[in-house]
Design a binder for this molecule. Structure first.
Ligand code: ACO
Length: 334
C-alpha cells in the first residue's frame, strides 16, 4: 500500500561490531555491591562488552557499516547517505563524517541523529523518507554507542545495565518490492527527567555583565521503575499503531525485535501483544543494553545465524530517553 505513495524499500544488508573486552556479572560484583544472581534475574544480562580507554565509536561503527555493505554486495562509493544514530559520539559536532571518511564513502552525505535508545528506529524511518521520495537510493543506517563513557560506575542501579557496541543496516530503493511496511514515532519531553545524560554548566565570567556556562555531561541518571512502566505501556501501543499502518495484525509478525533494555520488558511487551517467546529476539545476556546499537546488533546476529528468512515480517521497537519511542514494521531481504 505504502509503495503507491513512493518508491519501494528493501533491507539488503546487516552488520555489527563489538569491542573485545568482556565484563561478566561476576566482574561487575568487584566494582559495585551486586551479584550475578541479582543482575541476571532482574535484567537477563550476564555480560557486556566494553570499548576501553582507547576505543572509539568511529572504529566499531565503521566495522559494523562495512560488514553491512559487504552483505549487501555494494561498495562504500555506492552509498548516498550515512545516518549515525548515537548519543555518544567521539565528537559532539558529529561523528558520521569521520565514519564516511574511514569507509571511503566519498559520495555520501553523513550526519548524526540522536534519540537515545530509540535512535535506530528513528534513523530507519528518516532513511525511509529519503528513499521513498527518490532523493537517495542507498542509505547506511548505523546505531552505535559507547555508554561506558557516561555510566556512573559507582551507581549499581545503572552501571550493571549497559554495554558498548555497534550495528548497521543497508536500506535501498527497490523497483518492485516494498519491504518497509509501516511506522509510528512518538516523543514526550514532559518525562525527560526519568533518564538523563545532562550537561552541567559552571559559570565562567568573561567580561563585566557576561558569564558563559562551561562544563561537561553528568553521568547517566535513571528512575528505573518509571522507565519500566513507560516501556511496558507505550511499546505495545506503538507497535499496534505501526502494524495498523502496515495493514497487518499481530499474528502476522514473525519476529519481535525490541530494544534490548531488559528481558523483563521484552517478556511483558510480548505477553501484552500475545506474541509467543520463540518469536522474541533477545541477545542482551551477551551484550547488555547497547542503546542505539541494540536493535541492529540483535538483527545482524539472527540474520547471520540464518534464523530470519527473506520476507519474514519484523516488528521493531526502540524506546528510551527523551522520552522517545517508536516502531517500524519491515521485511528482511530484497
Ligand atoms: N545489585 C544488587 N542490588 C541492587 C542493584 C544491583 N545492581 N540495583 C539495585 N539494587 C537494589 C536496590 O538498592 C534496592 O534495594 P533496597 O530495596 O534495599 O533499597 C533493590 O535492589 C530494588 O531496587 P529497584 O530499583 O526497586 O529495582 P527494580 O526491581 O526496579 O529493578 C531495574 C531495577 C532492573 C533497573 C528495573 O527498574 C528496570 O528494569 N527498569 C527498566 C529500566 C531499564 O531497563 N533501563 C535501561 C536503560 S533505559 C532504556 O534503555 C530504555
Amino acid at each position: 500500500m505504502l509503495q503507491q505513495l513512493g518508491i519501494g524499500i528493501a533491507i539488503t544488508g546487516t552488520g555489527s561490531a563489538v569491542p573485545s573486552a568482556v565484563l561478566d556479572n561476576h566482574g561487575m560484583s568487584h566494582i559495585v555491591e551486586t551479584s550475578d544472581e541479582w543482575i541476571s534475574t532482574r535484567t537477563g544480562i550476564r555480560q557486556r562488552r566494553l570499548a576501553g580507554a582507547d576505543g572509539s565509536l568511529k572504529a566499531i561503527a565503521t566495522q559494523a557499516a562495512q560488514n553491512a555493505l559487504d552483505m549487501a554486495g555494494i561498495t562504500p562509493m555506492d552509498v548516498d547517505l550515512i545516518l549515525l544514530t548515537t548519543s555518544t559520539p567521539d565528537d559532539l559536532f558529529g561523528s558520521a563524517s569521520q565514519i564516511q571518511a574511514e569507509l571511503g564513502a566519498a559520495q555520501a552525505v553523513a550526519f548524526d541523529l540522536t534519540a537515545a535508545c530509540s535512535g535506530f528506529v528513528f534513523g530507519m524511518v528518516t532513511a525511509s523518507q529519503f528513499i521513498r521520495t527518490g532523493t537517495y537510493q542507498t542509505v547506511l543506517v548505523i546505531g552505535a554507542d559507547i555508554l561506558s563513557r557516561w555510566v556512573d560506575w559507582t551507581d549499581r542501579r545503572t552501571c550493571v545495565l549497559f554495554g558498548d557496541g555497534a550495528g548497521a543496516i543497508v536500506m535501498q530503493a527497490h523497483p518492485e518490492n516494498d519491504r518497509f511496511l509501516g511506522f509510528e514515532l512518538r516523543s514526550d519531553g514532559t518525562q525527560s527527567d526519568s533518564l538523563t545524560l545532562a550537561f552541567q554548566s559552571h559559570p565562567k565570567a568573561l567580561v563585566d555583565g557576561i558569564t558563559v556556562g562551561q562544563g561537561t555531561f553528568q553521568p547517566i541518571a535513571m528512575n528505573g521503575q518509571e522507565i519500566y512502566r513507560f516501556a511496558v505501556k507505550k511499546v505495545p501501543e506503538v507497535i499496534e499503531k505501526a502494524l495498523f499502518r502496515a495493514n497487518l495484525t499481530v499474528d502476522q509478525v514473525d519476529w519481535l525485535l525490541l530494544h534490548q533494555a531488559n528481558q523483563r520488558i521484552l517478556d511483558a511487551v510480548a505477553e501484552r501483544l500475545g506474541i509467543p517467546d520463540h518469536k522474541v529476539i533477545s541477545n542482551m545476556a551477551k551484550y547488555g543494553n547497547t542503546s542505539a546499537a541494540s536493535i541492529p546488533l540483535a538483527l545482524d546476529e539472527v540474520v547471520r545465524e540464518g534464523k530470519i528468512k527473506s520476507g519474514d515480517v519484523i516488528a521493531a521497537s526502540g524506546f528510551g530517553a527523551g522520552l522517545t519511542w517508536g516502531a517500524a514494521i519491515f521485511q528482511w531481504g530484497r
